[in-house]
Design a protein around this ligand. Structure first.
Ligand SMILES: [Zn+2]
Length: 83
């Protein structure tokens, strides 16, 4: 599948997914917040429908930073739970 085909399919899926996400989880938040149900759902949809670009050192660095933040948030949540 080339990018043009992918983008077409993704746009068809978005026309269904967009109203679904708005109905069940609300409008996309202005700023992404870890742990927010709405943000997480929209992020997953973005990820699902993003054309896979070849990884570059820059995108990998960005991904690592995102994962670190995600881990930190979960560790904070866990420490609150275990008190
Ligand atoms: Zn949110």
């Amino acid at each position: 599948m080339n990018k043009q085909q992918f983008d077409f399919t993704a746009s068809v899926v978005w026309t269904v997914l967009d109203p679904f996400l708005k109905l069940h989880f609300g409008e996309r938040c202005d700023d992404f917040e870890f742990g927010c149900e709405c943000c997480e759902r929209w992020r997953l949809a973005d990820k699902l429908l993003a054309f896979d670009s070849p990884r570059s050192p820059q995108t990998l660095t960005q991904e690592i930073e995102t994962l670190k933040t995600s881990l930190q948030w979960r560790e904070e949540l866990l420490s609150k739970m275990s008190k």
